[in-house]
Design a protein around this ligand. Structure first.
Ligand code: GDP
Ligand code: MG
Length: 423
């Protein structure tokens, strides 16, 4: 049984929270793309955790966690994240954490290049998290990356590193005028963190293939949402990898297996962190009220998230791109104080309406067409059954289900593990 959990929107839909909840039924949780720009917040009986690189299944003792070849891994960040969790009493061993030997390493010079480029772009910046993700993926496809499996042979690694650093310096020092990168410093960095990580690095492709053939249940955890996918998102304001569910078997290392189930995590309203077109954006007081109600400040960066009403056009597109069989609608409780709740049902341009998601570069020409639904004005965070929900909340869910043609299977009404309803 292979299941993907992915985001329908712009990210921060609550994927970490749903992975933490639904992984109780799974043997393995695997992150298949992205790096430490992810921020997955999980709140359960063991505490509150923000995970950047580690799969959200790490908080369950009987789940094996895998970091796939589709990821880019900042080894220092990973060691520190593992340390934070270990300090909080979470057990991390080579038995419950396996890192792909084929995952690319995100180096300090990638972070440096990310910062140099965002500074150069100034007011045209992309809103990068400045964690080196775009330069890491860029180098991967330029075939200038070091991979985790190379940490086992430091002599060979150092030779390749010297060639790569020579090339990196053409840009970092030559073009941007930054501090030249030192081969020795980089080799020391890799040696130091490599020593700690080596016991966890293996051929996870082989491992996952064997486990899948034994009938083990594997869950794939995406980072970000459909609208940040490098191919299908709001390019160039996307992440630098494929966040869509269809990429999961590839980014995990088992392209010979097919997904059995795709669960899309969809937020009951819209948020978007960083730059780029955001058709349904609220401003001023309306935005502030929703942002506060939802606690919409980035988990990885602390940046205030842009907010707006539920966007049926973008979500329907996201559902299609994720091939979502089932939807978990999250953060419904955040809307409880609103007298009326707006939903974007179409986009409009020159008096013409569309429900098809446009080519991203044209998005700024569109205005949202809003429909207003009645609010429920009741605290729903304690609801655990469909029948507990007020009629207006059920109407809101039914409306979203109809307009997006999706099957809503779960509704979450709080950040805690148990705060959800099965539909
Ligand atoms: P992810 O990146 O998709 O894993 O999502 P984030 O963790 O970045 O953002 C989701 C935020 O909403 C986190 O702070 C969660 O603790 C919180 N959260 C998740 N589900 C719910 C919910 O149903 N209600 C409320 N109020 N908060 C939620
Ligand atoms: Mg997040």
């Amino acid at each position: 049984m292979l299941t993907a959990i992915s985001g329908i929107n712009w990210g921060d839909e609550g994927k970490g929270r749903m992975v933490d909840l639904l992984s109780s039924d799974y043997d393995i949780v695997c992150r298949y793309q992205g790096g430490n720009n992810a921020g997955h917040t999980v709140i359960n009986e063991r505490g509150k955790f923000i995970l950047n690189l580690l799969p959200s299944g790490i908080l369950r003792e009987d789940v094996v966690n895998v970091m796939g070849n589709g990821m880019v891994i900042d080894v220092k960040h990973l060691v520190e994240e593992m340390g934070r969790l270990t300090d909080a009493g979470i057990k991390i061993t080579p038995e419950n954490l396996k890192i792909s030997d084929k995952a690319a390493i995100c180096m300090p010079y990638h972070v440096e290049r990310d910062c140099l480029e965002e500074a150069r772009l100034s007011d045209k910046k992309f809103g990068s998290t400045r964690r080196g993700i775009a330069p890491s993926y860029g180098d991967k496809y330029m075939k200038k990356s070091l991979r985790m499996g190379e940490l086992f042979d430091m002599d060979a690694l150092k030779e390749r590193l010297a060639d790569i650093v020579e090339w990196e310096n053409l840009t970092v020092a030559g073009v941007y005028g930054g501090e030249p990168i030192s081969v020795n410093a980089m080799a020391e960095h890799l040696k130091k963190y490599g020593e700690i990580l080596k016991p966890f690095i293996c051929d996870v492709s082989l491992y996952l293939d064997r486990e899948a053939k034994k009938g083990k249940k594997i869950m794939f955890e995406a980072q970000l949402g459909a609208l940040r996918d490098i191919d299908f998102g709001i390019y160039p304001y996307t992440s630098s990898s494929n966040s869509i569910a269809a990429y999961a078997p590839i980014g995990a290392g088992i392209p010979n297996h097919k997904l059995d189930l795709s669960i899309g995590i969809m937020k009951a309203y819209s948020t978007c962190v960083g730059e780029g077109p955001f058709t349904v954006e609220y401003f001023g007081e309306k935005a502030e009220t929703l942002r506060k109600a939802g606690g919409e400040y980035g988990a990885a960066t602390g940046r205030p998230r842009r907010v707006g009403p539920f966007d049926a056009v973008a979500s329907k597109y996201g559902i299609r791109m994720q091939g979502a069989d089932e939807i978990a609608l999250t953060k419904l409780d955040v809307l409880s104080d609103m007298d009326e709740i707006e939903v974007c049902v179409a986009y409009e341009k020159d008096g013409k309406q569309t429900t098809d998601f446009p080519f991203p570069q044209h998005l700024n020409d569109y205005k949202p067409v809003l429909k207003t639904l009645k609010g429920w004005k009741k605290d729903i965070s304690g609801c655990r059954k469909k029948e507990d929900l007020p009629k207006e909340a059920l109407d809101y869910i039914a409306f979203i289900e109809k307009i997006t043609e999706a099957k809503i299977k779960y509704v979450s009404v709080g950040a805690e593990r148990e705060a959800y309803i099965v539909f």
